[in-house]
Design a protein around this ligand. Sequence first.
Ligand code: 13P
Ligand code: SF4
Length: 311
Amino acid sequence: MDYIDEIAKLKKQKKAVILAHYYQIPEIQEIADYVGDSLGLAQNAAETNAEIIVFAGVHFMAETAKILNPYKMVLLPDLDAGCSLADSCPPQDFKKFREQFPDHIVLSYINCTSGIKELSDVIVTSGNAVQIVESFPKEQKIIFAPDKNLGGYINNISGRNMVLWDGTCLVHNQLTTEAIIQLKTEHPDAELLAHPECDGPVLKLADMIGSTTAMLKYSEKSTSKKFIVASETGILHQMKKNSPYKQFLVVPKDKTCSCNDCPYMKMNTLEKLYLCLKNESPQIFLNDNTIERAQKPIHKMLTISKKLGII
Ligand code: 13P
Ligand code: SF4
């Protein structure tokens, strides 16, 4: 079966839109209507006129799209496509954690469940986190969840002392300084681009730190011809496509491991995407109260981002 052709037909017939994250396999990125980072995807989900949203990403991203579009059908090709960061922060535990800091507001990274979004004051993504934190007065007390690496990075560059939840991304957190130093030694002319989900020592070595979109734009504009990319492999598809004469290297854990592939992001396939559009399943369902409560911090993020000129 020609999945690409069949998906295109179904998409037209059902007035559906396919939103894909940069970490999806290249074939999915190529058939998507929009490919982006978490911020771009949230903005697109908020503005789409489509009747059905097919989210080629992970569960928390499809949930975000549903929260922003309660009356639309939101499909996720594989319901098991989760996220280690989202899993690290169960709402019941986070509720108790938050109670220890009653005078703090809660800023949560978008990589969290709808249950955590409900308990948050503002949502942030890697594309706007620093600016949103800095839009609050310095004396504002903040809890940041669930990524301790992104939170630590923001604390460092903004001079804040946010209380951090102890969560990490299994893909970015396993990248080591040893592997990076080895690559830098072999390729001294390469610039190191790192996602802020990497841990502190890795970020210290980076020439540029940013979201997937920020790294992609930087690689296009930089005069460098070679880049070491401390992130997930999927982003290399757009990097190579947009800068075909530049060289991009991923950071290996060891010679045999493809650990930079997010196991959740890579669960989606063209076949699953075709089937979910055809069968209109699996679908994301959330209760009305969750949607109502989780909408507020997401809308707040979009409003602040517009005000700050980030989107
Ligand atoms: P961004 O899309 O914000 O760069 O985040 C990367 C990521 O890990 C998404 O799961
Ligand atoms: Fe979650 Fe990391 Fe995978 Fe992104 S790359 S979905 S943060 S596990």
